[in-house]
Every structure is written in structure tokens, then in C-alpha cells.
Write a protein that binds this ligand. Structure first.
Ligand SMILES: Cc1cc2nc3c(=O)[nH]c(=O)nc-3n(C[C@H](O)[C@H](O)[C@H](O)COP(=O)(O)O)c2cc1C
Length: 238
């Protein structure tokens, strides 16, 4: 497979850097072709300017996305989201006609997005480290469930332009990282990387396949009646 890792961390001595190096080596050893967009090392310009059109830096990243079968976004959780430099990568690389504004609108469809679009057929996975503890991000945890924290990224940035989204690889409580735990974590990561092709994606509902009223784009009344919240957009929600 062709695998692109979009990576955001400023410190080559960090946990994230060590995990990124491990991932690259592991994937290459398994015979995959790997490219890394190391956003800090590339001095990626994160701000989208008024009237900006796709320049060479943006076109290069779009080519990498088109080349990739699987895209891994790796970052430390900073203020409940991705570091600003990576948000700026999404803002600039997802240009009109590439990341959004794809496909026609009709009574049956609202363009190509949420499961359809330029990046359809590809897989994506988040690889995220967090200082907080796992229970802090559990269903009743004070930070809110991690799947809700990551929903704008997984649903809004990965699924939106068409990619299938694999369950994230998460590392909590990063201050508690000694050599023994790093070995455990990297082994678990290796297993996830070995199963990128076979892991079932999160079953987000497709926009144009009957679950939503168009053009309101609300979930049809007979599906999960009376329910709301982010989880209704995942098919397994009971
Ligand atoms: C600016 C900043 C914001 C952070 N925000 C969060 C946060 O919202 N939630 C959390 O669990 N940890 C947060 N952390 C902790 C980082 O997630 C943690 O330090 C990082 O994942 C450790 O990996 P590293 O050693 O590769 O940086 C934050 C750290 C920094 C520097």
C-alpha cells in the first residue's frame, strides 16, 4: 500500500516523534511505500489567505493524498483538537473542487461528501496522544467522550472528502511513559498498522444513501426517533 503520514509535532525528541519513526520503519519493513508530511519540518504555512489559490505547496500535498491508499494523521491532542499547523494544512489543502464543492446537487444528492468525494476509496486513521487519562475521555468523563472530541476531525475532515475512517489509535496519560510502556505502546501500534487493510471502519452514515432528508440533511425521522447527538451519525448507534 501507499501510506501517507501527515505529522504535526515541533520536537524531534518527543513521544510523537519516536512513534512516527517507529511507524515509518514498521510500515516500510512490511513492504509499504511511505511518505511523511512533517509539517513543522516543512515549515508549513498554516494560514489561508483571502483569495488564495492552490500554490505548489498545496498541490504537492494534494498529489500525496491522491497517491495514498491510507492516510494517517498523527498529532498530540492540543486544546481538544489538532495542533494549529495541521488545521492549517487541512484548510489550505482541501481546496474548492478537491476537499469540498465536489459533485452535483439534486433532489437525491447534496454533492459528493460524507462518504463520497475526491478521496473516496481511501482509508484514514488518527494517531493521537493525550495528556489526559482514559476515564477523563470516557462516556461520562469530564472532557467528553473521545469519539465526540474527535468527531469534527474524523467526520468533518476525513469522512467529508470521502475517506473511510478507521477507529483511532489513542495513547492517554502520556506523562506516564517509561521504556516498558513505550514498548507496549509501539507493539500495539504495530498491530494496528499490520491490520490497516482489514480493520472495519467506523460506520458513519452516508449522506446520499437514504438516511437523510435532502436538502435539510437531517436524519430521517424513522431512524433512531427522538434521538440526537453526534452518535446518531454512526450506523451502529442503537
Ligand atoms: C498546547 C498544549 C495543549 C494541550 N492540550 C491538551 C488537551 O486538550 N487534552 C489533553 O489530554 N492533553 C493536552 N495536552 C497534553 C498533550 O496532549 C501531551 O503533552 C502530548 O500528547 C504528549 O506527547 P508529546 O510528548 O509527543 O508531546 C496539551 C499540551 C500542550 C502543549
Amino acid at each position: 500500500m501507499n501510506i501517507l503520514i501527515v505529522y504535526a509535532h515541533p520536537d524531534p525528541q518527543s513521544l510523537n516523534s519516536a512513534l512516527k519513526d517507529y511507524a515509518v520503519q514498521h510500515l516500510q519493513a512490511a513492504g509499504h511505500a511511505v511518505q511523511v508530511s512533517d509539517l513543522y519540518a516543512m515549515r508549513w504555512k498554516p494560514t489561508l489567505e483571502a483569495g488564495e489559490t492552490a500554490g505548489p505547496d498545496v498541490l504537492r500535498e494534494q498529489e500525496k493524498l491522491l497517491w495514498a491508499d491510507t492516510v494517517i494523521f498523527q498529532f498530540p491532542l492540543w486544546w481538544f483538537s489538532m495542533p494549529a499547523i495541521m488545521k492549517g494544512w487541512v484548510e489550505r489543502v482541501y481546496t474548492y473542487g478537491f476537499g469540498y464543492g465536489v459533485g452535483e446537487h439534486s433532489d437525491q444528492r447534496w454533492g459528493n461528501r460524507y462518504g463520497e468525494g475526491t478521496l473516496a476509496g481511501k482509508r484514514a486513521m488518527l494517531m493521537v496522544t493525550a495528556g489526559g487519562w482514559e476515564p477523563h475521555y470516557s462516556l461520562r468523563g469530564i472532557n467528553g467522550p473521545m469519539e465526540d472530541v474527535l468527531f469534527p476531525i474524523q467526520h468533518g475532515m476525513l469522512y467529508y472528502p470521502g475517506m473511510e475512517v478507521l477507529p483511532p489509535f489513542l495513547i492517554y496519560r502520556t506523562s506516564r511513559m517509561d521504556e516498558g510502556r513505550f514498548d507496549q505502546v509501539s507493539e500495539a501500534l504495530g498491530q494496528r498498522l499490520d491490520t490497516l487493510e482489514s480493520t472495519a471502519p467506523i460506520p458513519f452514515r452516508r449522506q446520499n444513501h437514504g438516511d437523510y432528508d435532502i436538502p435539510a440533511l437531517t436524519l430521517k425521522e424513522h431512524i433512531l426517533p427522538g434521538r440526537s447527538g453526534l452518535e446518531i451519525h454512526v450506523q451502529s448507534a442503537a
